[in-house]
Design a protein around this ligand. Structure first.
Ligand code: NDP
Length: 279
């Protein structure tokens, strides 16, 4: 396993409370369990990633944990996120779900535990459990995913503990400014999932034009766009070269005129799920 040069370790930003989160993480949704997940995670860690984003529903927590152990990188240097699935909502279930994820990962704690989806009937009780998981040290930070402003307002109204993160689909073609502004106002770090539009819009001529102008690839432009906005970006790939490419985004910036072009591409394109109508 190669050892990355110190400058290759990805920069971090602080979550509310100070915990640093690396601003690029490897996503492993739809990365097949077994060797494909282990290979992707080991490769990412070997080239400087220090942040892995998994979930119970991705069915590869065991492989993420095993790859972390195989990597030789000390546990405390790696930021590991997993998520509570919809069938695990409710106070007791949520506590048990976290224990089960930790068991599968083979870890004593996760760095971030997220409520994957705003399930209507039980999410308040679930949040109470999340707060307890943080207090007990099983999750160093807690947050939510796919929460709209309405869902976030409900959490803030029912608890003194503000989510540290909201993970949502985010790229120039889906730029929900209302959610981003709300999160910024309340000190909630925004994570961009499906930042590459699942590959759908990488060939878009307007993305390619910015990429060509800056001598970068379309994928690098989409990841860097998120960083320019202060988001944490979670590109997924199973291919070593792409895993490297997607994180080679710290040697350039996107000038204001190109950011303006990219920011104007919003068309409400959901390539994953759309939580807008979630009750
Ligand atoms: P991404 O936007 O990251 O796109 C992944 C797709 O793009 C794959 O098909 C991949 O193929 C391809 N790809 C990756 N890099 C490149 C490249 N440099 N050039 C061309 N194609 C490329 O999609 P995801 O939906 O996977 O989102 C990323 C992560 O976000 C997930 O893995 C997960 O961790 C998180 N997520 C969270 C959700 C939530 O509800 N909280 C929902 C969805 C995602 P290949 O692998 O073959 O390289």
């Amino acid at each position: 396993m190669t050892t990355p040069a110190p400058h290759a370790i990805h920069p971090t930003r602080p979550l509310r409370g100070g915990t640093p989160i690396p601003i690029v993480g490897l996503g492993v949704y739809q990365t097949p369990a077994g060797e494909p997940t282990r290979r992707a995670v080991r490769h990412a860690l070997s080239v400087g990633y220090r942040h892995i984003d998994t979930a119970r529903i991705y069915d590869n927590e065991e492989d993420v944990g095993r790859a972390i152990r195989e990597s030789g990188v000390p546990r405390e240097e790696i930021f590991v996120t997993t998520k509570l699935w919809n069938s695990d909502h409710g106070y007791d279930r949520a506590l048990r779900a976290c224990d089960a994820s930790l068991r599968r990962l083979g870890l004593e704690w996760v760095d971030l535990y997220l409520v994957h989806w705003p399930v209507a009937h039980a999410r308040r009780e679930t949040w109470r459990a999340m707060v307890e998981l943080k207090a007990g040290g099983k999750a160093r930070a807690i947050g939510v995913s796919n929460f709209t402003v309405r869902h976030l307002e409900e959490v803030l109204a029912s608890s003194d503990v503000v989510p540290q993160v909201n993970q949502i689909e985010l790229h120039p073609f889906l730029f929900p400014r209302d959610i981003v502004a709300f999160c910024e106002k309340h000190g909630i770090v925004v994570e961009a999932y499906s930042p590459l539009t699942r590959g759908e819009r990488l060939p878009d001529s307007r993305i390619v034009a910015v990429a060509d102008a800056l001598g970068q690839t379309p994928a690098q432009i989409l990841v860097r766009w998120g960083i320019e906005h202060g988001f944490v970006s979670l590109p997924k790939s199973v291919r070593p070269k792409r895993i490297e490419e997607n994180a080679e985004v710290f040697g350039f910036t996107i000038p204001a005129e190109h950011m303006k072009t990219l920011d104007a591409l919003h068309e409400d394109l959901h390539t994953s799920w759309d939580p807008t109508g979630a009750p």
